[in-house]
Design a protein around this ligand. Sequence first.
Ligand code: NAI
Ligand code: MG
Length: 354
Amino acid sequence: QTTTTYDIELIPGDGIGPAVVDAALPLFRAVADDHGLAFDITRRDWGTEYYLEQGEMMPEDGVSRIADADSIFLGAVGHPEVPDHVTLHGLLLPIRKELDQYICKRPNVLFEGIESPLQEYGAGDIDFVVYRENTEGEYADIGGREHRGLDHETAVQSALFTREGTERIVRAAFEAATERDGTLTSVTKSNAQAHSMVFWDDIVEEVREEYPTVTVERLLVDATAMDLIRRPHEFDVVVASNLFGDILTDIGAQITGSMGLAPSGNINPSDDIPSMFEPVHGSAPDIVGDGVANPLATVLSWSMLLEDLGEKTAADALWDAVTNQLADGSAPRTPDLGGDAGTEAVVDDLQSRL
Ligand code: NAI
Ligand code: MG
C-alpha cells in the first residue's frame, strides 16, 4: 500500500500568527496520523521579522519556492512598526496574485454554543459562504501619487475588472450555489460605480444562463452590510469583489461570534498550483504575547485545507472537534468568546475530542 506524502508550505508570519499556527499544528498532525496521511511540512520564517533584517518580507523568489507545494498555510501578517501596505504587498498579496488564487472562500457559520450579537439567532441560523474575488478589483496595484507635499498633491488608485477575472469568480460562486441551497447574492455598487460594477452585473446575467436552477439576488454593498445584520439567515452564497468581500466577511465573522472563529481559503482550483489557507484575522497586536489568541479559526482553516486536498474524512474530524467543543458549555474558551482560557487549553481540549 502506497501513501502519498503531501507537501505543505507553512508561513506562520507575524503577531499571533506563529502562536495560533504552533498551537494548532500538533492537532493537525494527530488528525493526519489517525487517517494514515503523510505530510511534509516546510516552515518559512518570512514576515516582518524577516523584513526588519533583510529589507523584504520574503526572498525575491519566495513565491516560486512555494509554488510546487500541494498546499500552503499562512498565519497572519502585519506589525505595528511597519506600514500595513508594506507587509501586505510584500507577502500575502503577491502569493495570492502570482499563484492566481482567484477564489477567496470564507464560510460564515453560527455554531451551536456561540452567542451571536444578533439576539434572535441561534445555532445554524447563520450559514453562508462568501466568494470574494482575490486577484484584481480594488486591490490591483495600479495607481500613484504625484506632487507630494504640495497643495495639489494627488493620489490615484485604479480598480481592475477583467472579463476573465470576473467570470471565473462568478462561475465558482454559481457552482457553489448549486451544491448548497441554490441562492446566490451578487454584491455590487452599480448605482455609483457605473463602469466596473455594471460590467460585473452584465457578467452575472451571462453566467446565470448556465445555472437556471440558481436564484440570483442582486444587492448593493451598503444594503448588504445592513442586511447581514437584519436578515443574515437568508444568505447562502455571496459573491463580491475583492474590497467588498473583504469588508463583508468581517461583518460575517462578528455576527457568527468572533474574528477568532473565521477560516478562509485562497483557492486556485487547478491541480498543479497550490491553494493557501489562513484564518481571516490579522496579527492582532493588541493581544500578542498574552497567550489568549483563539486558535479555532486556524484549526478550521486546516480543515478547509484537508477538504481541498480531497481528504474529507480527516477534514470533518477537525471541523467536528471544533463544533463539539463549542457546543460544550463547560469546555475552555478564549476571551473573544467570553471565556478566560488560553490558546493551549483550547487546543488540549480539542485534542481530547478527536
Ligand atoms: P486583527 O484581525 O488582527 O484584529 C482585530 C481584532 O480582533 C483585535 O481586537 C484582535 O485582538 C481580535 N482578534 C483577531 N484575531 C483573534 C484571535 N484569533 N483570537 C482572539 N481575538 C482575535 O485586525 P487589525 O487589528 O485590523 O489588524 C492588525 C494587523 O493585522 C495589521 O497589521 C493588519 O494589516 C494585519 N492584518 C492581516 C491580515 C492577514 O494576515 N490576512 C488580515 C487583517 C489584518
Ligand atoms: Mg480582511
